[in-house]
Ligand binder design. Sequence first.
Ligand code: ARG
Length: 464
Amino acid sequence: MKLWSGRFAKETDALVNDFNASIQFDQRLYKEDITGSMAHAKMLGDCGVIPQADAAAIREGLSGILADVEAGKVEFTADNEDIHMNVEALLTARIGDAGKRLHTARSRNDQVALDFRMYVRREIPVITGQIVEFLDVLANQAAKYQTAVMPGYTHLQRAQPISFAHHLLAYAAMLSRDVTRLEDCGKRLNECPLGSGALAGTTYPIDRWETARELGFDAPMGNSLDGVSDRDYALELLSALSILMMHLSRFAEEVILWCSWEFKFIDLDDAYATGSSIMPQKKNPDVAELVRGKTGRVYGDLMGLLTAMKGLPLAYNKDMQEDKEPVFDAIDTVEMCLPVFSAMIGTMTVHPENMRRAAGHGFINATDCADYLTKKGMPFRDAYTTVGHLVALCGQKGKTLEELSLDELRSASPLFDEDVYDALKLENCMALRGSYGGPAVSETTRQIKTVRAFTAARKQKLRK
Ligand code: ARG
């Protein structure tokens, strides 16, 4: 018999029973549900809403249920619809009438809002912890390749010289923002919806501050209607995870390019690559491709929930039961992607010689050549045009800029001198880019330090 069967004259249709149930997926929230109920029962006892003896019996019963769920001894049933009613029914079966007092001054609407919020809050440090590990891997790899010159690209055309360290540190900057974005989400969500009731609060003399404190929240949510209607925290999480996956996907795309024969900037470790069933020579970057592919499903999770929420009048609507699967899916996907991607990057073999060879073609020192003339007094726009002519000349002669003779260079401008050859050396071009945030070793050293300080601070916080 349903907990809510009072006003019904008929049994629920079997199809509706299954269709309506969410226990298949929301059983994941068992711990949050039980912890939330324990805090609620304690508060009801403390405020004199239920007898203290009942509150104690409820708490004891719930901790027994928690232990049994964790030991795999509990079977949930779709007949009890969701995790909330499954736990309540189990409790009443175990302790009798006291169990029936648990739902005083509460609704499943504030209950589910609480459970889900606590679940998201619990997963945030798991994910930021994984990102922090990845940041350490990036800092270590970057430290090894600070003088490895590679072409930086725009439009996937060789553009200006950078180092491999500089390139990796760009991803470190992006992933650091992912960490702080998730931390922001964690801070903002930390208000407690419990006590909002179905939507309109309650007539019982409850203490919402007590339950908020007990459950580690900064405060109760200030509006009971908002308390049960809000899923912003889930959407913020999904947004942050979508952006994180977008970063991983761009990185994945570059890894795929870099390990192609056309680039060969890196080789993936055999343990992080896969073979072909027909082509004996193949070594494929499946891990990177899957991360790129799974980015789509995380975006889908975000779009699914945004769309489910967009037309809902306040307060709770059953549509909102659809909030959990996309969030679970996105969390599972991200938590699967991060460690494997990080290990792939940590174990790859880097080929600085191939990066250097690629950097040697494509006139990536053309800006430096123009800067050379500018430093000798020519306005930049004129220098730009002059070097453009030289690049065209190189095209005709099949030469690079540094292969042009001084006479050939002087045919474009008399300002060229012997020292131009030093100015055109890629190692110098990179080393001289010491502006704040640039690829010069002094600057990549600073960036590596910043990343290490960032991860050290997080590791200390996570340990607490
Ligand atoms: N299983 C429901 C959900 O996940 C719990 C809240 C149900 N509330 C209600 N009024 N039917 O959204």
